[in-house]
Design a protein around this ligand. Structure first.
Ligand code: AP5
Ligand code: MG
Ligand code: ZN
Length: 215
């Protein structure tokens, strides 16, 4: 299964990707997670990327395209992968297409999660993320059994630097301007499945699985 999860910040890409990795035994490739790891490690790429991320903008295409191109070569992508947060521009989508062609692989599906702007702000301001495994929780919609400790791995939780209301609104605008054209891009290529992301997490999950299993 070779999938893209498309959707605005807070749509539930990461939440649903974690479920799909377990069901299909394929890796989640989150460019956001990879970039945050580089920021944490203080690499040259991380230091540069942090400026764009803190401002709610996009990291330059050539940086993320290079990251994904390398990541797709890894052995664990043999049975497929879930791209979460990539591509985010038409240039990235074209570059992905080229990389896959060279590897003689084809995308199976692109799932677009649709969620209202105000719900997104509420989701992101209440999000808590695990430092170790990257799983997201929500103070109200997906609470922890024990405060401050990840249910999945026992790791400590933190609030992302870009989950401040002002930065969230900038990220939503960047999505509308630069990423939303990909909905038409993948609709035109016949790969798009549009899914209502406003329902509770478990319902979105059930619907996603049944759509994937039917296609
Ligand atoms: P990235 O980390 O990809 O952030 P994002 O796209 O803004 O998306 P989020 O991770 O914020 O949202 P999500 O859809 O994963 O939601 P989640 O499942 O956590 O990117 C960060 C930055 O890195 C970018 O701004 C950019 O600078 C850079 N970057 C990354 N990729 C790039 C690229 N390709 N090109 C250039 N730059 C790039 O859920 C959110 C919250 O809602 C959680 O608390 C969750 O518990 C809750 N929730 C989830 N589903 C539901 C539901 N159905 N109902 C109620 N609550 C829910
Ligand atoms: Mg995410
Ligand atoms: Zn964890």
């Amino acid at each position: 299964m070779k999938l893209i999860l498309l959707g605005p910040p807070g749509a539930g890409k990461g939440t649903q990707a974690k479920m799909l990795t377990e069901v299909f035994q394929i890796p989640q490739i989150s460019t956001g997670d990879i970039l945050r790891a580089a920021v944490k490690d203080g690499t040259a790429m991380g230091i540069k990327a942090k400026e764009y991320m803190d401002a709610g903008g996009l990291v330059p295409d050539e940086v993320v395209v290079g990251i994904v191109r390398d990541r797709l070569q890894a052995d664990d992508c043999g049975n497929g992968f879930i791209l979460d947060g990539f591509p985010r521009t038409v240039a990235q989508a074209d570059a992905l297409q080229l990389s896959l062609q060279k590897m003689k692989k084809e995308l199976d599906r692109v799932i677009s999660l649709d969620v209202d702007a105000e719900a997104l702000v509420e989701r992101l301001t209440g999000r808590r993320t695990c430092k170790e495994c990257g799983r997201s929780y929500h103070v109200q919609f997906d609470p922890l059994s024990q405060e401050g400790v990840c249910d999945a791995c026992g790791g400590a939780l933190f609030q992302r630097d870009d989950d401040q209301e002002e930065t969230i609104r900038k990220r939503l605008q960047v999505y509308a301007d630069q990423t939303s054209p990909l909905i038409k891009y993948y609709r035109d290529s016949g790969l798009l499945i549009e899914l209502d992301g406003m329902q509770p997490i478990t319902l979105v999950q059930e619907k996603m699985l049944s759509l994937l299993q039917a296609s």
